[in-house]
Design a protein around this ligand. Structure first.
Ligand SMILES: Cc1cc2nc3c(=O)[nH]c(=O)nc-3n(C[C@H](O)[C@H](O)[C@H](O)COP(=O)(O)OP(=O)(O)OC[C@H]3O[C@@H](n4cnc5c(N)ncnc54)[C@H](O)[C@@H]3O)c2cc1C
Length: 507
């Protein structure tokens, strides 16, 4: 058996993919004392992990598919994650307007009874309000039907949570880095070969320019394939026998429209065929409407189709008092779920649960392939992934630890206090609020600097340097779309000036 060459760096773990699963695994592993290299070919959260419905939820509808394990784990996780990243994850109440011909009241009551309790049955205390039946009639103190047609007279209210998905990825990666992980954005795994009990891998810096050799060889004791939609195609570059596992690529799309009502709650709307669509408050001014389930073969650059747009508008309009048209659409996006193929032909019913497949061909170095999953369960997925690899790493800390807040996280009270302090330093209420909700406790150090120009209480010149130097952001898109959503929040005039400032900073 040959051994790693001395000049090549050897890591315990090579994690391929900087979505939520790769970032979560890198954080968990680094915190247990493993040396970790994470490579992401594009940008952190460049793919599925920035295009979700942005919910930390059990998934009420998965109860109809008897996914009790998944829903129970997700509901317990909801509670843990509210403490891991309270600046990025906030409780959100959902209203389900009742339609007697779609799902009977008794069935909904039973489902919500279970939903309120499944998370707690794992021993995880639940803090969110329990579900209840309510009138949707509008009056000064009754607002659960805000924005709906008057024909919807009663419904149910239940609790879940909303997440800033792309920032959750970035902050897991930052936390992993703070614990020693080497995070390489714009770096692709090109090839890996198993040499006995270690891997020899070639990685390529896709953004390297000039004479610098973009290829680098490294060694790793284990590889985690967290390539999301690429989970199967990545195996073509990894020297290992073919697997029988397959992945189904299911596109889901959303539209963003001006806020459809001024209250804080979301709606879960039922389609006649059993599918559901969420209408979710999105930042202060918008509503996010989605999603769809469409099998696709092009998973690298998904786009919302005309049919999906029609479907989302039609379903929303069958409930909303004020009809939406294509002209109301401010923005839209599509993402691809890399679901483990469990043989179900109905895209809405393929399991959202995750499957971890350990491959140790001829007792060689381990390769762990990650199929499926949800943002909500990323921490548990990471924990299970590391547990599968623990036998190969006797020096790793065996106990799980990632229930601790992210380094930028804190208690809700500490975040509130920081907002007050930033106001004392001269920031407006709106910008202080935005900065803390974006960066958590890291906003403290950032706001100690001269913020430069602050655009529309939304984004400042100081953030450009911060994002470039601390968050691997190397383009306007990575700063304005993934890490801050400034592209949605700032005026066109401000955006033009922000682009000039970013170009200067990246030059
Ligand atoms: C429409 C939609 C709505 C959803 N809504 C929710 C929701 O509300 N709540 C929820 O909990 N979940 C939701 N999900 C599911 C959730 O978004 C996904 O499970 C999760 O984001 C998958 O993360 P990932 O890390 O596996 O994949 P990704 O985020 O796609 O990350 C994989 C990464 O691997 C990188 N990569 C690939 N090949 C290579 C290589 N050779 N070298 C280096 N890097 C490579 C890619 O560039 C990519 O960035 C939703 C999904 C979709 C599509």
């Amino acid at each position: 058996m040959s051994h790693p060459t001395r000049e090549q760096k050897t890591y315990d773990l090579l994690v391929v993919g900087g979505g939520i699963n790769g970032a979560g695994i890198a954080r968990d592993a680094a915190g247990r004392g493993l040396s970790v290299l994470l490579v992401e070919k594009d940008d952190l959260a460049a793919h599925t992990s920035q295009w979700s419905s942005k919910l930390i939820h059990g998934g009420l509808r998965y109860l109809e598919q008897y996914e009790f394990r998944l829903v129970g784990e997700a509901l317990a996780e909801r509670e843990v994650l509210l403490k891991v990243a309270p600046h990025l994850i906030k409780p959100l109440q959902f209203v389900l307007p009742h339609e007697p011909h779609l799902r009977p009241k008794l069935m909904l009551r039973a489902g919500l009874f279970l939903y309120d309790r499944l998370g707690g049955w794992s021993g995880q205390k639940q803090s969110l309000p329990k579900s209840f039946a309510t009138s949707l009639a509008q009056s000064p103190d009754q607002h659960w039907g805000a924005g709906l047609k008057s024909q919807f007279v009663d419904g149910f209210v239940y609790s879940d949570a909303q997440v800033n998905d792309a920032r959750l990825v970035v902050e897991n990666a930052k936390d992993a880095r703070a614990r020693g992980a080497d995070i390489r954005v714009g770096t692709q795994l090109v090839r890996a070969a198993r040499i006995g009990d270690y891997w020899q891998a070639t990685i390529r810096g896709t953004q390297s320019q000039g004479a610098h050799d973009p290829f680098e060889n490294i060694n790793a004791r284990a590889i985690v394939n967290a390539a999301g939609p690429w989970v199967k195609s990545l195996l073509d570059n990894i020297d290992t026998p073919e697997t029988k596992e397959t992945v189904k690529h299911i596109k889901g799309s959303h539209i963003i429209v001006p806020r459809v009502h001024d209250r804080k709650h979301a709606y879960i709307l039922q389609n006649r065929d059993g599918r559901i669509v969420f209408v979710i408050p999105y930042f202060e001014r918008f509503s996010l409407i989605g999603t769809t389930d469409v099998p696709v073969t092009d998973f690298a650059t998904p786009q919302i189709s005309e049919e999906e747009t029609d479907y989302l508008l039609a379903l929303a309009n069958s409930y909303l008092a004020k009809s939406l048209t294509r002209k109301d659409i401010v923005s839209s996006y599509a993402g691809v779920r890399p679901l483990y193929d469990d043989g179900d032909s109905n895209p809405s019913e393929i399991t959202r649960d995750y499957t971890l497949k350990l491959d140790t061909h001829n007792k060689g170095a381990p390769l762990l392939n990650i199929y499926g999953g949800k943002i909500t369960t990323y921490r548990k997925l990471a924990q299970h992934a590391i547990e599968k690899l623990l036998p190969f790493f006797p020096h790793a800390t065996p106990s799980s630890w990632t229930h601790q807040p992210l380094q930028s996280g804190a208690t809700a009270a500490a975040l509130r206090a920081l907002k007050g302090e930033l106001r004392g330093r001269g920031l407006t209420q709106g910008y202080a609020h935005r900065l803390v909700n974006r960066y958590g406790m890291a906003a403290d150090a950032l706001a100690n600097k001269d913020m430069g120009e602050v655009f529309d209480e939304t984004f400042s010149e100081a953030e450009i340097g911060h994002l470039r130097d601390n968050e691997w952001a190397n383009s306007a898109q990575s700063m304005l779309q993934r890490r801050t959503k400034t592209n949605l929040l700032a005026t066109p005039q401000s955006l033009a000036r922000i682009h000039v400032a970013i170009s200067a900073a990246l030059r």
